[in-house]
Structure formats: structure tokens, C-alpha cells
Design a protein around this ligand. Structure first.
Ligand code: SAH
Length: 260
């Protein structure tokens, strides 16, 4: 979901509900896949039944449930949107994970955790809402020493690229940067850069855009003639067309760091 906090708060309540309704109807709200979640997890050790894990900007919990099925410990999902958390908790229950996995409504810039209480902070396609560097710096206080952060983040693959794609990102998330620069930010924020990898193309095509296009058609049918709905979907489709055109130049990378 590519709305930053400011735009979310400045749009009309009805528009806001529409946007939530659209995104509530897709399996995930950003690019990723179960295989990618498990791969990122493979760089993290020492998790036990006592571990406390937070998934920030969890959405409806696609990746949270995968995470919970592959690690011991308790997982708290946090998202700003109550509708997403409602679906999240329903999903946890359907999978029999409700004793270990709980969704909470809250904001990533005001976390409800005790200092030095978390073993792992997870965040897929969501840290941009607070900004990568700010998130790394502020969230660190909630991690125990030796705890991990694993976050996926928009990244440039090359030093130079066509203007159209540069302009799009500068207008939407100017903090996008090259992978070496992001790794340097991770290190500067007080983490050992444990691993980084580019998430594969099928995280965008198969696991994100494909389910989105089904949801888009249903949504447009339901809200035919509604300018807000049509604008929302046109924006989503434009973003997708940019991805197909410029995927050699940008994507998401996972960054895994260990708090020193
Ligand atoms: N991690 C999920 C969702 C990514 S989309 C996935 O990969 O599918 C980004 C998510 O961040 C959305 O669910 C959005 O509601 C949430 N979000 C936006 N601003 C937030 C904030 N300030 N605090 C917590 N969550 C936020």
C-alpha cells in the first residue's frame, strides 16, 4: 500500500475506507512470498519458545502467519488499519495460531513494546511508512542486545536509471537508495549487517500483482462510475506498468541486521 501517513490522514474518510476495502481483498498488501519470508528467516538464529517477535506494518498478515509457522515464540502483528487487524486475527484463528499470534492496531512510530523486550523485529514492505533510517534507529531500542531486524525495502539496483522511474520514486519515496547505501545505514544505526538479498520477481508478479488484478476487476465492478475507486485502481495499474518496464533498475531487497 503506497500511501504514506500524511496522505492517509489528509484523504477523506470515505476514500480511506475504499482504499482499505480494496487492500483487504488481496492476500498481501506488498510484494513478497512465503519462500522469501522463509529465506530471510534462515539468517536468524537463537529463537525459542520464549522469543518475542513483532511484525510491524503487518497488513492482513500474509507473511506473519508464514513466520509464525516457522519459528517458536510469540508474534505480535501491528498495523495502523483496524480492518487489516481484524482480518489478521481471523486468519490467525483459522490457522490455529491464536495463542501465539496476535494482531494489534497501532502505529510504527509509537510502539507498544517494552524497551529491550524483542528478539526479532520483522517488517515486509512497510518500513517506508516511517522511513528506513528512522525505523532502524527508533526500533532498535525495543530489541534485546543480539536481537534481529529483518525488513524489506525499496532499493535501486543500479547507480543510474531512466528519468521516468527516478521521478516516480522521488515523488513517492525519495528515501529509496542503492543496496550498498542501505547496508551502510544499517551498520551506522548499530546493527551488524548479517545478510541482504533482492526478493525475486515472482514476489511482485505472481504473489502481488496477479491477486491484485483479480481484486481490481471486482472492485471496479462494485464501484463502477466512482471516481475515487477508478483513480485508486488507475494508480495501482500505473505502478504495475512501471514495474514491468523498469524492473531491471529497482525492486525490494531484504535487509537483515543484528543489534550490537
Ligand atoms: N507487510 C504486509 C503489508 C505491507 S503494506 C505485506 O507485506 O503484505 C504496508 C502496511 O503498512 C499496510 O498494511 C499499512 O496499513 C501499514 N502502515 C502504514 N502506516 C503505518 C504506521 N504508521 N504504523 C503501522 N502500520 C502502518
Amino acid at each position: 500500500m503506497s500511501n504514506n501517513n500524511n496522505s492517509v490522514h489528509s484523504i477523506h474518510e470515505f476514500d480511506f475506507n475504499l482504499i482499505c476495502e480494496y487492500f483487504a481483498n488481496v492476500e498481501r498488501q506488498g510484494p513478497g512470498s512465503p519462500e522469501t519470508t522463509i529465506k530471510a528467516l534462515s539468517f536468524i538464529d537463537n529463537l525459542t519458545e520464549e522469543s518475542r517477535i513483532a511484525d510491524l506494518g503487518c497488513g492482513t498478515g500474509g507473511q506473519t502467519m508464514v513466520l509464525a509457522q516457522h519459528v517458536p515464540g510469540k508474534v505480535t502483528g501491528l498495523d495502523l488499519f483496524p480492518d487489516f487487524i481484524h482480518i489478521f486475527n481471523r486468519n490467525a484463528e483459522q490457522l490455529g495460531l491464536q495463542d501465539r499470534v496476535k494482531g494489534l492496531v497501532g502505529s510504527m512510530d509509537n510502539l507498544p513494546f517494552e524497551k529491550e523486550s524483542l528478539d526479532l523485529i520483522w517488517s515486509e514492505g512497510a518500513i517506508y511508512n516511517i522511513g528506513f533510517e528512522r525505523g532502524l534507529n527508533e526500533w532498535k531500542q525495543y530489541l534485546k542486545q543480539g536481537g534481529y531486524i529483518a525488513a524489506s525495502e525499496a532499493s535501486w539496483f543500479t547507480d543510474e536509471r531512466p528519468d521516468e522511474i527516478t521521478d516516480f520514486w522521488m515523488a513517492n519515496y525519495p528515501e529509496i537508495d542503492t543496496i550498498p547505501n542501505k547496508v551502510a545505514q544499517l551498520q551506522k544505526a548499530g546493527y551488524v549487517p548479517v545478510a541482504t538479498f533482492i526478493i525475486p520477481e515472482n514476489c511482485w508478479t505472481e504473489h502481488f500483482y496477479k491477486p491484485c488484478s483479480v481484486a481490481q476487476e471486482n472492485f471496479l465492478k462494485k464501484y463502477a462510475g466512482n471516481p475515487t475507486a477508478e483513480k485508486l485502481i488507475a494508480g495501482q495499474r500505473y505502478e504495475e506498468s512501471l514495474y514491468h518496464k523498469y524492473k531491471a533498475f529497482y525492486g525490494y531487497a531484504f535487509y537483515i541486521g543484528k543489534k550490537i
